[in-house]
Ligand binder design. Structure first.
Ligand code: ADP
Ligand code: MG
Length: 458
């Protein structure tokens, strides 16, 4: 062939890039490097073992097709991980943190106390996914030019999704670039308590001065002010004073401003002046990326299938995700067993909203076919029929894929389950599903949903 390994791989990547979501592409493929090419195979280096498994599993089919198209013949792709590079080379998580100049302690003026911020909550440790992209970008922008871009910045979302983390990250970044900035992080409840105490002690003037001299005010969980009229009134004035002076205000809540019942209309409208950004629960890929990042930070090595199991099972919040890993580590050291999927299944039983069944014994091809058929609103028997209308081929392919994936039946067995189809038809079906999984987010979510249903106890 007239290609060098690099040229060939560059073309393959170009084709993949056209077919995949940008984020997916960046996460899994942008860090791959072609090493060598022979008549029969191309050797590709990837950042970690985890990448090897993931790329083979999810993009193997697509890569094979791309190569076939380029060369007019099949070529095997061999992946090799450059493990030592992995901790730094997980590109999933592109973090554009503002460059933080080294803080010279001497320069930090004595009159400005170090803000009470959690040093772990920085942008570098925050994984950006589809669920929080806008919020994260807004926070970065605010950290780079406080008081200038979005003021106020209002973040909202469910519990454990990273609001507090982002807030601290803004504070840490600003403190890092200028330690003389006055920064206050205050949960709304504490603001209330502080206010009440100041009223009782007759030190309201001091209270006002303290808050109004801030360069950055971070108020967490503002929904706690609902129904507290006096606090809202005071906060309203603080807000105005800071805003007029072009000082940055960041507020979080569990819901958007106008859904906070018992919040004064004038505060609601103030909150809507700036940017309102929501954070949703992380999708599967983001959950995995978070787990990976956590593993790297905590120097843990968890097998890919264990990470996959946790990411699949734990769907509601990042806090739950982190909790699961800690619990699993504890369980493993208590029982002195290695961490495997089996151990995770036992150790984490009851931890998640919907835990996969202990042991897959109940799982049968029949159950999978039944659930898939119901999902697509077709009769189960029709999955075995010879009819090839689209409303039947898609559920048929999905059912085949899941039976292969969850029960590891052979292609021939699967063919038999579906009216005696031959194994090449089964391969084709599974490929189709893999392809759709890699390119179509909606399909991916649908399949995750079906999986959840299959795993749910009856
Ligand atoms: P919230 O304030 O929304 O309830 P937190 O900010 O307290 O949530 O987040 C809960 C935990 O999850 C924290 O330990 C935080 O570091 C972690 N976390 C949340 N989102 C992310 C993310 N996108 N990347 C990394 N860690 C995250
Ligand atoms: Mg919080």
């Amino acid at each position: 062939m007239e290609f060098t390994a690099e040229e060939l791989w560059a073309r393959v990547l170009e084709m993949m890039r056209g077919q995949l979501q940008e984020q997916t592409y960046r996460t899994w493929l942008s860090g791959t490097v072609a090493q060598s090419l022979t008549e029969s195979e191309i050797l590709i280096e990837v950042p970690s073992d985890f990448h090897v498994e993931w790329i083979e599993g999810r993009f193997g089919g697509l890569l094979a097709e791309a190569l076939q198209q380029l060369l007019g013949r099949p070529l095997e792709v061999i992946f090799r991980s450059t493990e030592e590079a992995s901790p730094l080379a997980i590109p999933a998580i592109e973090v554009v943190s503002p460059t933080v100049p080294a803080v010279r302690a001497a320069e930090a003026t004595a009159s400005v106390p170090r803000p009470a911020l959690n040093e772990r909550y920085v942008f570098d440790r925050f994984v950006v996914g589809n669920n929080n992209e806008l919020a994260a970008a807004a926070c970065r922008a605010v950290a780079e030019s406080p008081g200038r871009v979005y003021n106020p910045l209002f973040l909202y979302g469910g519990v454990g999704l990273g609001k507090t983390h982002l807030m601290h990250a803004i504070g840490n970044a600003i403190h890092g670039s200028d330690p003389t900035r006055r920064i206050s992080y205050v949960p709304a409840e504490e603001f209330t308590n502080d206010l009440v105490a100041s009223i009782q002690a007759g030190t309201m003037a001091e209270f006002r001065r303290r808050y109004r001299q801030m360069d950055l005010l971070l108020v967490d969980d503002i929904q706690f002010l609902k129904g507290k009229e006096a606090t809202q009134e005071e906060f309203f004035h603080t807000f105005n004073a800071l805003h007029d002076a072009r000082k940055q205000i960041v507020v979080t809540s569990d819901r958007p401003p106008r859904d906070i019942s018992g919040l004064a209309a004038r505060l609601v409208s103030r909150f809507e002046w700036g940017m309102v950004a929501d954070i949703k629960p992380p999708d599967y890929e983001t959950r995995l990326a978070i787990l990976l990042k956590q593993a790297v930070h905590d120097h843990l090595t968890l097998e890919p299938d264990v990470l996959d199991f946790i990411a699949r099972s734990c769907t509601s919040s990042v806090r739950e995700l982190e909790g699961a890993v800690i619990k699993l580590l504890a369980y493993s050291s208590l029982t002195n067993q290695e961490i495997t999927v089996e151990l995770a299944r036992t150790g984490l039983k009851g931890t998640f909203g919907s835990t996969p069944p202990p042991g897959a014994a109940r799982l049968s091809p029949g159950r999978i076919r039944e659930i898939v058929a119901r999902r697509f609103d077709v009769r189960e028997e029709a999955l075995s029929s010879k009819r090839r209308t689209r409303d039947l081929t898609v559920p048929r392919q999905v059912a085949m894929y899941l039976i292969k994936d969850l029960l590891e039946y052979s292609l021939v067995q699967i063919g038999n389950l579906f009216g005696g189809r031959d194994h090449s038809t089964v391969i084709h079906s599974i490929r189709k599903v893999e392809e759709a999984l890699a390119t179509d987010d909606e399909f991916f979510r649908m399949l995750e949903d079906v999986r959840d249903e299959i795993n749910r106890p009856e």
